[in-house]
Design a protein around this ligand. Structure first.
Ligand SMILES: Nc1ncnc2c1ncn2[C@@H]1O[C@H](COP(=O)(O)OP(=O)(O)O)[C@@H](O)[C@H]1O
Ligand SMILES: [Mg+2]
Length: 363
């Protein structure tokens, strides 16, 4: 139904979409997730032609909507869009908001537009608000009206851009319930959302966006329970990462410790745990590993904090001959490191530039 090939969108200071290639089938309900700034909004705005792609093609039902010859108004009639902010006309009451476009653009009679509009208000549970004005409604009600207004154009595809992110937490559920009902009716939908449970429940396909495109495309089970790619897994597990490469014995030791502490604060981990991370770094890296390394070396420290199980793992990779710090005769430093750690595991490493790897779980 929608085919996107080599879609690229550049802005002066960012290129959120580098090369997007994907096909969307009729009846697909797609949740689009990913860190902010990864082009989720840009992608759906390109599909709706609210943005003009820099290059590439988008086909909707066999029409190339990125071609100059395409009648975009016709295409837009097939496509509804629901935004974070509801964009209702405040000077019109609810039913007038819903009747306007079908009368203007579809040529419906007033009576027909009214009857159909009332029917839609019943589907979103707001028939009793038909003659109220938007400012008399809650955020959740306004968004349900906005959805009814979109449905009034009888679209084949609905694009949602964070439809619940402007709402009070108490109103998120009522809007999600309406969207779920539409999914059950077989409408084709793409929904950008940061509500992970909703994203998982509603969709038959999930796009995880990162690195200038759809980084992983899979079923909800794959993306949420068994992601195949590293960044998806990190995002799903809410893993926050700190990474620092050291290539000189005269590296900025104080700067390193300060940024490790800032990382810990950002993650909201306790002062004790931050101190343990620093202690592991000091004893294992500075006291034990660094003295073993020759002049040209690389030592990479990665700390990962997982929100899911509140755990911290420090990974230390380094070059040089095989050396297991557990064999060190610096007994005191070993003891101090072991005291800060829950476990320390050594393994050879065959990543480029590194030959040794240590994984330390912090207490
Ligand atoms: N109209 C615009 N002009 C310039 N830069 C933009 C514009 N819209 C988005 N961007 C940039 O493109 C990137 C992706 O934005 P967006 O698609 O809104 O991301 P997301 O919805 O995933 O948070 C961001 O770096 C943003 O600053
Ligand atoms: Mg966005």
């Amino acid at each position: 139904m929608i085919k996107i090939s080599h879609l690229r969108k550049e802005y002066p200071n960012a290129t959120p979409l580098k090369d997007v290639n994907v096909e969307i089938n009729r009846g697909d309900v797609i949740s689009i997730i990913g860190p902010s700034g990864t082009g989720k909004s840009t992608l759906i705005r390109c599909i709706n032609k609210l943005e003009t792609p820099t290059s590439g093609e988008i086909w909707v039902d066999g029409n190339c909507i990125t071609s100059k010859k395409c009648d975009i108004n016709k295409v837009r009639q097939k496509m509804g869009m629901v935004f974070q902010s509801f964009n209702l006309f405040n000077h019109m009451n609810v039913i007038e908001n819903i009747m306007a476009a079908p009368m203007d653009l579809l040529g419906k009679s007033k009576q027909q537009a009214y009857d159909d509009g009332m029917q839609l208000l019943r589907t979103v549970g707001l028939a009793d608000k038909a003659f109220n004005y938007p400012d008399e409604l809650s955020g959740g009600q306004k968004q349900r009206i906005a959805i009814a207004r979109t449905l009034a154009m009888n679209p084949e595809i609905i694009l949602f851009d964070e439809p619940t992110s402007a709402l009070d937490p108490t109103m998120v559920g009522e809007v999600q319930a309406v969207i779920k009902e539409l999914a059950n009716k077989g409408l084709t939908m793409m929904i950008v959302t940061h509500e992970m449970r909703f994203a998982k429940e509603i969709a038959n396909r999930v796009f995880y966006m990162d690195e200038g495109g759809i980084y992983e495309d899979g079923t909800p089970e794959q993306i949420f329970e068994n992601p195949q790619k590293e960044k998806t897994a990190r995002f799903i597990k809410r893993i926050k990462v700190f990474e620092n490469l050291i290539t000189s014995k005269d590296f900025d030791f104080i700067g390193f410790n300060t940024s490790l502490e800032e990382f810990g604060r950002r993650c909201g981990i306790s002062q004790k745990a931050i101190y343990r991370m620093q202690s592991v770094f000091e004893e294992l890296c500075v006291q034990i590993i660094l003295p073993e390394l020759s002049k040209d070396f690389a030592l990479n420290v990665t700390a990962e904090y997982s929100q899911e199980d509140d755990s911290i793992a420090v990974q230390i990779k380094y070059s040089g001959k095989a050396f297991n710090p557990m064999d060190s005769d610096n007994i005191l430093s070993l003891k101090l490191a072991q005291n800060a750690a829950q476990s320390i595991e050594y393994a050879p490493c065959n990543e480029e530039g590194f030959t040794n790897m240590l994984v330390v779980k912090i207490k």
